[in-house]
Design a protein around this ligand. Structure first.
Ligand code: NAD
Length: 417
């Protein structure tokens, strides 16, 4: 199929590359000229395992190209995905301006286009957005009727950064929220080569599925962190508890890793948006979800508190291992490492940081700390070490008396969860 993907960030570029690898002809659109240039050279602007190899193969085989021109891209497309960002506004509600702008551009392009085309929103948007906001924009700009002259679907994305490509290609389920059967049938054709169950729903149910999924996963994380804090007090290994609890198939072991709480570009913003919409638009009081956020905020800097129980931070040198919000990515959006470094600095500690992928991004937020070029150098002559992100290469430092490649810390201890 001929597909256009509007917005080539984590979701857009991964979707584009994966769909091209399944034989579709994909055109990526982005307003960022630098990204477009890199993509056309076969270079990935983001770090994701296996992405650059597959991207450069798709470029060489002429299955994928990028442009800044939406009309040009959509001209031949049977399907258009919207994958632009939906960040939080100051008040916690979703900033829909990027999605609305992209939708307007698509609507204008549809006006010029003769063939039937299905517009599919993959960006995470609150329930009813596609129906009540995006379809009216498309109809107004194109002068055409949705469900008759063009199709509309909502296809939420569940990939996880770090293993995004693998997740996209092997999803637990593909959710197709459809305006009408014809739209859903065309979108389903896109996933013909995928070996995953396809669930077809209404558009607003598909939007709700995405928020419900993220909310439940975030709830599991805050839950195990609360249990973990109790375990710490009682000298119980929370991982042993999680392993045993997780054996119950009704519960499942996934997302029961106690740590510094959740970060990233999705859970924090999606939960805040969900709560705000529920309160302002649906007259609901989502008390459970509010506590999930509260527990998470407290959790982020708990590690510094644990360290303070062991040493006075004033005048010490502390290494922070792991800056990305999770292993396998260079994304530091809402990473616990940001407030942890801030707190260490405010307590008078000097910070040396290391991360295999995320140091360049962190330098923009904390330019005034030291960055080491290996974990070994990061812990050299420091008084303590905090392991914030669970990169596999930090495994060997996970001991109470920190040892890294045979080297012992001066006087402090390595702390992780
Ligand atoms: P991102 O910020 O990484 O990328 C968005 C891209 O869209 C940027 O490259 C930006 O330049 C481009 N853009 C903005 N306006 C545009 C326009 N009018 N035309 C063309 N390009 C435009 O965002 P992301 O992390 O990929 O997330 C995209 C959506 O997917 C969000 O709604 C997010 O909540 C959702 N989502 C993200 C993830 C994830 O792990 N990142 C997972 C599932 C769902």
């Amino acid at each position: 199929m001929k597909i256009s993907i509007i917005g080539t960030g984590y979701v857009g570029l991964v979707s584009a590359t994966a769909l091209a690898s399944k034989g579709h002809k994909v055109t990526c659109v982005d307003i960022d000229e630098d990204k477009v240039k890199k993509i056309n050279q076969g270079t990935s602007p983001i770090h994701e395992e296996g992405l650059e190899e597959l991207l450069s193969k798709a470029i060489q085989e002429k299955k994928l190209k990028a442009t800044t021109n939406t009309t040009e891209a959509i001209k031949d497309s049977e399907l258009v995905f919207i994958t632009v960002g939906t960040p939080s506004k100051e008040n916690g509600r979703v900033d829909l301006s990027y999605v609305e702008k992209a939708t307007r551009d698509i609507g204008k392009a549809l006006k010029e286009k003769k063939e039937y085309c299905v517009v599919t929103c993959k960006s995470t948007v609150p329930p009813t957005t596609t129906q009540e906001k995006l379809i009216p924009i498309l109809e107004e700009e194109s002068g055409r009727k949705a469900g008759e002259e063009f199709g509309v679907c909502m296809n939420p994305e569940f990939l996880r950064e770090g293993i995004a490509l693998k997740d996209f290609l092997n999803p637990d389920r593909i959710v197709i929220g459809e305006l009408d059967e014809k739209s859903g049938n065309i979108l389903e054709k896109t996933y013909r080569e995928f070996d995953s169950p396809i669930l077809r729903t209404s558009i607003k149910a598909a939007e709700m599925v995405k928020y419900a999924s993220n909310s439940l996963l975030a709830t599991k994380i805050s839950f195990i962190n609360e249990i973990g804090n109790m375990c710490k007090e009682l000298g119980i290994d929370v991982y042993e508890v999680a392993d045993t609890v997780g054996k119950d198939h009704r519960i499942n072991r996934d997302f029961l890793n106690a740590g510094c709480g959740f970060g990233g570009s999705c859970f924090p913003k999606d939960l805040r948006a969900f709560i705000s919409e529920a309160k302002k638009e649906w007259k609901q009081e989502p008390k459970l979800l509010e506590s999930v956020i509260e527990v998470n905020l407290d959790q982020k800097t708990k590690l510094v508190g644990l360290l303070e129980e062991k040493i006075n931070l004033e005048g010490t040198k502390v290494s922070v291992l792991g800056l990305a919000f999770k292993p396998g990515t260079d994304d530091i959006r809402n990473s616990p490492a940001i407030p942890i470094i801030k707190k260490l600095k405010s307590k008078g500690a000097e910070v040396v940081a290391y991360d295999p992928e995320a140091m360049e991004n962190m330098k923009k937020i904390h330019p005034d700390i030291e960055y080491a070029d290996s974990p070994k150098k990061a812990v050299q002559d420091t008084d303590a070490c905090l392991i914030v992100t669970d990169w596999p290469e930090f495994q060997e430092v996970n001991t109470p008396k920190l040892t890294l490649e045979g080297r012992r810390m001066n006087k402090g201890e390595g702390i992780c969860w």
